[in-house]
Design a protein around this ligand. Structure first.
Ligand SMILES: N[C@@H](CCC(=O)N[C@@H](CS)C(=O)NCC(=O)O)C(=O)O
Length: 263
């Protein structure tokens, strides 16, 4: 699915040895989430060290990054260029990225990584049904993005664009319609209630990717006609920690301009 970024740099050129000391941390993340969403801050706790391996682009790594940014979790990142992928594939648990190293143990599959970091960051509701509502939105986003990402497998450029146009007119339009209804019901809130969850972060990421112009054949206007989705995207983009994440020097690539408020 992944298309190359020309001017990305690797934040950490080489992977460190596995392992890492556990450290007692202040509840900074919980306090930041509380400030953004009104949730109660958790008491101090022992937190693991987190290291994310992925390409520089948002792709399947961005929700993990956002969970950490919103929750104030310290995330070490290995953002490697495409030509270094074979080296990292050799250590990737399932031969794919992203993968996360937690105190020297690897975790694969972006959905597992995202839910774990979201839980650590206080972005999974405590109430089981509300948590399921966050999962529902998160998984709808997988359904939204997967047919688009699958088009990267089409080698011929003209065929690839044609495949994307078909996705935009068919499955994408249908799924965005479901997302629009979901978010319209939430009013000024979020997908699982009044508080921001990782379901909202995935929806924000999916919508921002769609309007970024990153995929030829997917027009930047693809969200026209979905006003509730546009409003939700802007609401999440305006959360102070999200806004600050996209003001960071290492997040100033072309694609991430679409992740800003009113993009
Ligand atoms: N279900 C996996 C899919 C991961 C995936 O397809 N990753 C792509 C990059 S976005 C990858 O590793 N491609 C290179 C390869 O498969 O060798 C997940 O969500 O983590």
């Amino acid at each position: 699915m992944c298309k190359s970024f020309s001017a990305q740099r690797s934040l950490h050129a080489s992977p460190s040895a596995l392992g890492g000391a556990r450290a007692v941390r202040s509840p900074r993340g919980a306090r930041q989430v509380a400030a953004a969403t009104g949730q109660a801050a958790a008491p101090p706790t022992t937190m693991p060290s987190y290291k994310l391996y992925y390409f520089p682009l948002p792709g399947r790594g961005e929700v993990a990054r956002l969970c950490c940014a919103v929750g104030g979790l310290e995330l070490e990142e290995v953002r490697f260029p495409f030509d270094q992928w074979p080296k990292y594939k050799a250590i990737a648990p399932f031969g794919q990225c992203p993968f996360l190293e937690v105190d020297g143990t690897f975790l694969a599959q972006s959905a597992a990584i995202d839910r774990y970091l979201a839980a650590e960051a206080g972005l999974v509701p405590k109430d089981a049904f509300q948590a399921a509502l966050a999962d529902q939105a998160y998984n709808l986003c997988i359904d939204i993005l997967t047919p688009l990402f699958d088009t990267f497998k089409v080698k011929d450029e003209a065929e690839r664009i044609k495949a994307r146009e078909a996705v935009v007119a068919g499955p994408l339009k249908e799924k965005l319609g479901y997302a629009e209804t979901l978010v319209a019901k939430a009013g000024d809130g979020f997908v699982a209630g009044p508080e921001l969850t990782y379901g909202d972060l995935h929806l924000f990421h999916a919508l921002s990717t769609i309007i970024s112009g990153w995929m030829d054949g997917v027009p930047k206007t693809a969200l026209d006609g979905f006003p509730a989705l546009q409003a939700h995207r802007n609401r999440v983009a305006s959360v102070p920690q999200v806004k600050a994440f996209y003001e960071r020097e290492d997040n100033q690539d072309d694609m991430r301009q679409a992740y800003k408020p009113n993009a």
